[in-house]
Design a protein. Structure first.
Length: 220
């Protein structure tokens, strides 16, 4: 009972510090799927996934409290948004890029442009009322079909270590090669960030330097 009380008190302190912007801790893992056409599978009978239109992007951005201009600018840079829908109902989406992209959670860039045969999937989302209906699975399958059509032989993605749903979905979709782990800790006005790469790897490094760093946090 005493240990449980100490743990509860510690969690409360950490939460309070986080609410005040004095503490932040996140870990993320970047993974890769090779030969993405190996098990792309057939599309779900009642669901279709297509590239989002301008109207779709405006709607999705507003639903996420983002500006339509921001998401339209993404598309203008060549980033693709795959949208899953059932009839007129928008179910969820997933972005794919072949350019560097910031992982906001850990303040680090995944630079997939270093891999001429690679693309990076990010910022996936399924509407709450449509979760556990195979939407994410179908978006991942469609990303593989997109890769085949564009002669992409490696797909990269990432997940926060506490997000077990995304971790499981990516593993089931064939994302089993670990590219690296990223961690970030902010305490008051200091920031520690570390990048761990697989030892003695011959893989293309899309995460940058692997040495730990101690830096000031970037302005928000």
């Amino acid at each position: 009972m005493a240990l449980r009380g100490i743990r509860s008190g510690f969690v409360s302190i950490v939460r309070s510090l986080g609410d005040r912007g004095w503490f932040y801790y996140r870990r993320a893992r970047v993974v890769r799927c090779d030969a993405p056409d190996a098990d792309a599978g057939d599309p779900e009978a009642d669901m279709e996934v297509k590239e989002a239109s301008e109207e779709d992007l405006r709607h999705l951005a507003s639903m996420q409290n983002r500006t339509p201009a921001e998401w339209l600018a993404r598309r203008a840079r060549g980033t693709i948004c795959l949208l899953a829908r059932r009839g007129p109902t928008r179910l969820g989406y997933l972005w794919i890029t072949r350019s560097p992209e910031m992982m906001i959670e850990v303040n680090h860039v995944v630079d997939v442009s270093r891999d001429a045969a690679g693309a990076y999937m990010f910022d996936g989302y399924v509407e709450p009322e449509h979760r556990r209906q195979g939407v994410l699975r179908e978006l991942l399958r469609s990303s593989k079909r997109w890769a085949v059509q564009h002669e992409i032989s490696r797909l990269y993605s990432a997940f926060a270590r506490e997000n077990r749903v995304s971790e499981h979905a990516l593993h089931m979709a064939g994302f089993t090669t670990v590219v690296g782990d990223i961690g970030i800790l902010r305490l008051a006005h200091r920031e520690w960030k570390w990048v761990r790469l697989p030892p003695e790897t011959l893989m293309i490094n899309v995460l940058g330097a692997g040495r730990a760093s101690l830096t000031r946090p970037r302005p928000s």
